[in-house]
Design a protein around this ligand. Structure first.
Ligand SMILES: NC(=O)C1=CN([C@@H]2O[C@H](COP(=O)(O)OP(=O)(O)OC[C@H]3O[C@@H](n4cnc5c(N)ncnc54)[C@H](OP(=O)(O)O)[C@@H]3O)[C@@H](O)[C@H]2O)C=CC1
Ligand SMILES: CC(=O)N[C@@H](CCC(=O)OP(=O)(O)O)C(=O)O
Length: 334
């Protein structure tokens, strides 16, 4: 098979770097176009960790240049900025995996939690990029909305148990994330002095990922009680999920059966942790039942399964490749 040229717009950011790292080692994709808002530099100048590994030119993002060199492009851009790129790229026949939130929700819900949508036409055919839910649809997708990191960890934990849950009872998701989830921009909240030796909740019950979780589970927003916390780590995410279930059943067997053919979900007999998934596309899951309460623990790397490695799995599926091609599977341990 001939090589497939792909691009990354937003290569100077955190998820952009993870994309570049995966793509320069990918067996079938060739990284042909790398861009940010300014250009006129090289990827190893932006990311010194790539010195001696890759010195691709970084260009000022441009639709024509991107479309003429790529079959598929990854957009690692802020919300709102992403949709301004998606519209012309799709019009030029380029396939897009968008890491932002711009195409994850129906227009009305998106506008309630984000900003007015400027590209409703492409919302009509977008596929939500959680392979365990939409693998078939992804095969023919032209535009994929890569899921949010918290929704990825919550949905993978909850999906196997939705038919065991007592209807209209609260779904409680208590999640912790590393600081790279906020991107490279500086802010008071993510300032070292505020994060170091500290732990706090933010946007409790009203975070913009709650409607994404509710929508994909097919429940009301009011049923999802989602509270994220920032922890003093660079990468990693744990969601502690609690639901009420109707009957006694073997929860571990349900989990194993649900994911028996899934290469990127691992079921653990012990509570999971962040380190064993760091740098990989794995989601590690653990479940424990006490009476009618079910506890599910879900661990991912926010930059990988929560963003960039999941984006490359989606691109593999879109381009008819093996979904595991180029996907790192050994964690940064110890
Ligand atoms: N970080 C995470 O864990 C996750 C992030 N995401 C989503 O992925 C996307 C990227 O996130 P992240 O990597 O953290 O963000 P960063 O803030 O680290 O990077 C943003 C990138 O976008 C580029 N950019 C901004 N504006 C423009 C523009 N007008 N034209 C071209 N490039 C532009 C920046 O380039 P420049 O350096 O030139 O400003 C930079 O490369 C966001 O939508 C985020 O919500 C999704 C899941 C998890
Ligand atoms: C620590 C932190 O701020 N995390 C981000 C979520 C990560 C993310 O980027 O998700 P999106 O793709 O939806 O933007 C947040 O809570 O908004």
């Amino acid at each position: 098979m001939s090589v497939i040229n792909v691009g990354v717009i937003g290569a100077s950011g955190y998820t952009g770097l993870e994309l570049v790292k995966i793509l320069i080692n990918h067996p079938k994709f060739t990284l042909a176009y790398v861009a940010n808002s300014e250009g006129e530099t090289t990827i190893d100048k932006l990311h010194p960790s790539l010195q001696g590994v890759c010195n691709l030119e970084v260009q000022k993002a441009d639709i024509e240049a991107c479309a003429s060199s790529c079959e598929l492009v990854f957009l690692a851009l802020p919300h709102k900025t992403a949709m301004a790129y998606v519209k012309p790229l799709i019009a030029k026949g380029v396939k897009v995996v968008d890491l932002s939130a711009d195409y994850r929700l129906p227009q009305d819900i998106y506008e309630e939690f984000y900003t007015p949508h400027t590209d409703p036409q492409n919302l009509e055919h977008v596929v939500y990029g959680l392979p365990e839910m939409y693998r078939e649809e992804l095969k023919s997708a032209k535009l994929v909305a890569n899921p949010g990191c918290f929704p990825t960890s919550a949905l993978l934990g909850l999906l196997p148990f939705m038919d065991k849950r007592v209807e209209n009872t609260p779904i409680i998701i208590d999640a912790k994330t590393g600081v790279s989830g906020a991107g490279k921009k500086l802010s008071d909240v993510t300032h070292f002095v505020n994060v170091n030796d500290n732990l706090f909740a933010y946007n409790p019950l009203m975070h913009r990922h709650a409607p994404e979780i509710a929508q994909k589970l097919g429940v009301d927003f009011d049923e999802v009680n989602f509270v994220p916390h920032l922890i003093p780590l660079t990468r990693g995410m744990i969601s502690s999920i609690y639901i009420q279930v109707s009957q006694d059943f073997d929860a571990s067997s349900v989990l194993k059966e649900f994911y028996k053919d899934e290469p990127f979900v691992r079921i653990s007999e012990n509570p999971v942790d962040m380190k064993n998934v760091a740098g990989t596309n794995f989601c590690d899951l653990y479940v424990k039942q006490k009476g009618n309460i079910l506890f599910i623990s879900s661990a991912i790397d926010n930059l990988m399964r929560g963003a960039s490695s999941q984006a490359v799995v989606n691109a593999n599926i879109m381009m008819g490749l093996c979904q595991k091609d180029g996907i790192p599977n050994i964690a940064y341990v110890p």
